[in-house]
Ligand binder design. Sequence first.
Ligand code: FRU
Length: 576
Amino acid sequence: MSNIAELDAARGTRFEFWARRKPAKSEAEHSVGEAFALRAGALLVYRIAALPPYFQFYAYTHHTNEPLTLEWDENAIELSLFYRFHPESVAEEGVTFLDLRGGRLVARPKEALPAWYQSDPDRPQLRFSPFRAWMNDPNGLCFVDGRYHLFYQFHPVEAEWGPMHWGHAVSDDLYRWTHLPVFLHPEQNLWSLGATGGAFSGSAFIGPDGHLSFYYTERLPAYDHFKDYKELQKLVVPSTDLLHQEANRLVLVDGPSGSAHDFRDPKVWYDASRGVYRMVLGAAIDGDPAVLLYGSDDGAEWKYLSVLYRAPEHFRQHGARCVECPDFFEIDGRFVLVMGLVGYTEPETGRHNLLYAQVGTFENDRFTPLTPALQELDFGTDFYAMQSFRAKERQIAFAWLLNWEFRKPAGSPYSGELSLPRVLGLDTQLRLTMLPEAGYRALRSGALTRESSGHFVCEPGQPIELSLAGALDGIRIVGRGGDGESFTIAHDSGRLQVSVAEDAGGIEYRSTPISLQNLTLFFDRGVLEMFANDGVVCCTRRTYKITTLTMLELIRSDATRFDACEGWSYSSVWRD
Ligand code: FRU
């Protein structure tokens, strides 16, 4: 049976959706009308003649002023993501998501998203997450014409990892985001091949002429050849409105000898003093995770230069397969390398896929770390695939809040969230520091009530902040929800330790030794992000068990002395 709905569509409106044939449950459910058709008045302007059994991308642009009618057959078509936008107004208005459920069309323009985002008790309110489906790494971060652009690894057809696209959103302040149309698609229809891969991670690059482009990895299935997949590097020139690609060219096919099929996640910069382009890539060399350095005179022809960093044998011995998402940037005259070691499990604690930094100098294409030791970037580990970019004289970073330990409960319409924006710096000992970008203060809705016991009362579902300074060694902080402890933070045996309700004791989440002088933590419907001693020790954990807090308990030791103790409640960034 066909369903009919009127669609709001001024001339130039574009519709994009992903769909496949719905398996028929019974003979009676076989399709009778159109599976999906659009009519402008009496004229048919678009129809899908035959839907494949795998997902496929479809698009239609309305070129007349006639009102548009959608006819679809719920028994014949399954749509995963469906939205419309007008290219001229989308930068402000965003896309309007369209849901076809129960024979009805529900349109969700930007104004309807606060209700959608706030209605999920496990959905963070201070952080970006996709409307639907799966996201992972932040990609292509940049600041263009006064606005921040976020691209991200996106699988539009379900809340699971799969063929990768680049989702896109824009913000004026790094906190409040407007959804834009999907920017990059895989080169091939990977669903039809029964394969994964696609438009993998990459970054934005501002060239010497001030023009923006993107470098990214395309992963192609390679079957028996080259261990299942082949990773290639591509260069994308975006349209001036950043809504789609104007040109896409292959710039690098093969890795150096000793490298294998993991060869991805380019980060590119222009060295103005030498007039040269440089690129780092994540890979493995003879089985050791490594960061590779490439050079170019024009950004298009690339030559392998050297191994910028090679992980000590210890990492390979404990499961590390390759470096992912290497980041390399300059702060205060030093160079900082940040990388994820995928597959690695730290033998002492059981934590996996840790993110590390090294600070050093970079001269004549040689990176010389100040110390051979790696700095652990976030001891909670739910902070992965960090990418940073330069804007307004600051190095700003986001990361993906999942590290494959705990997953969002089944049935959620989406998976994947971003960290708070973090501003990077170096402390007096030249260690990398990360602190939340100051815009969070403007999102506070009021001070938390403090009871005579010293505990803070939380407003259910509202994000909170706790900021402490003083002599904090020995302190314990417990976030309590309806039926138990959501998380516990303890300064114990000279280290910060964190546990969440899911923890069964197998993995120890603890910092390097620290004497605690200040601590700022945010809890937001299951996301705990914490910054200690001006951001030199950070911890991010994602819990799904108790995501609504009622109380924040502060338990002091004899040695604890507070010079400052503030608790704040927040309103959602997903609001009008
Ligand atoms: C890191 C990563 C990247 C890759 C992308 C694929 O999370 O594995 O190395 O480009 O995700 O989605």
